[in-house]
Design a protein around this ligand. Structure first.
Ligand SMILES: Nc1ncnc2c1ncn2[C@@H]1O[C@H](COP(=O)(O)OP(=O)(O)OP(=O)(O)O)[C@@H](O)[C@H]1O
Length: 267
């Protein structure tokens, strides 16, 4: 057992109970140009320990849904639960990772990672932080400032910052969308490994069919705005998945099936 396994939760299976539940989520924004209907009656259940990807065209309400699941803003209708607990504001069990690493530029890496502990007024869990830094390859970089780190390293640091407080749910909003293709592959492999070791429940937003198929147990395909749950696709590819799986006929067949689903929807 490695250091992260020792810190993590036991693995869950596909019949695991619902960890998070979205029931009839709708959202209207009041914009200057009028009312924007962003989400329309979205319902879904996320299983404990599942890697769920949410895939959909730009503007279909993916971030709106994820931000609501994080308790960062309210819905116009519907409910979100963590187990039986309604999510109406940020919850200590739920962490969020954004496309930008959002490190504070005036703090070094260590001080950035310790920030959530400072905000909670509790001492940092240095054993856990060190194990995580080691795991993502950032041990030895603690005193570096964010500007001294590459985009991939910054995003690794933001993963450490989120996991350091040991949430059970990780919400990821296009976390690797701003990275070059090579770094993105590396980060996809890393997040798959971390998920397999810790068995967190991960809900991951992406525009990329390939990224969703590579990472997910299930993919929620959303329709164009107002966002609705169009299809839920089971991904039965064996794990761990290597990048080379992406060029296999089975993978390409699944990419084409999802493309057809999306193209069919546009027609
Ligand atoms: N605060 C806001 N006020 C008004 N409209 C908003 C607000 N936030 C989002 N919207 C609109 O709601 C719709 C859904 O936005 P959202 O960011 O949730 O979509 P998305 O699928 O995550 O998009 P992308 O993939 O481009 O990030 C868009 O039309 C967006 O312009």
């Amino acid at each position: 057992m490695n250091a992260i396994e020792a810190l993590g939760l036991p693995r869950a299976d596909a019949t695991a109970p619902a960890k998070m539940v979205v029931e009839g989520a709708s959202k209207f924004y009041q914009a200057r140009s009028g009312v924007v209907h962003a989400l329309d009656n979205v319902s879904l259940e996320v299983r404990e320990g599942e890697f769920l990807c949410i895939l959909g065209p730009s503007g279909c309400g993916k971030s709106t849904l994820l931000w609501s699941m994080a308790g960062l803003h309210g819905l116009s209708a519907g409910r979100i639960r963590l187990g039986q607990e309604p999510i109406l504001k940020p919850h200590p069990e739920i962490a969020m990772i954004f496309q930008e690493a959002n490190l504070l530029p005036w703090r070094n890496l260590e001080k950035n990672i310790e920030l959530p502990f400072e905000l909670k007024r509790i001492p940092p869990d240095t054993a856990r932080i060190n194990a995580l830094l080691q795991r993502v390859g950032l041990k030895g970089f603690e005193t570096k400032m964010p500007r001294e780190l590459s985009g991939g390293m910054q995003q690794r640091a933001s993963i450490v910052r989120s996991l350091a407080v040991n949430p059970s749910v990780l919400l990821m909003d296009e976390p690797f969308g701003a990275l070059d293709a090579f770094t993105r592959d590396e980060m996809n492999l890393l997040i798959q490994e971390i998920w397999m070791e810790t068995q967190k429940t991960i809900i991951f937003i992406t525009h990329s069919i390939v990224e969703a198929l590579f990472l997910a147990d299930r993919i929620v395909v959303m329709s164009a705005r107002p966002g609705r749950t169009q299809e839920i696709v089971d991904v039965d590819l064996p794990r761990p998945r290597g990048v080379d799986v992406q060029s296999t006929p089975e993978f390409i067949e699944r990419v084409n099936a999802i493309k057809a689903m999306i193209d069919h929807r546009k027609a």
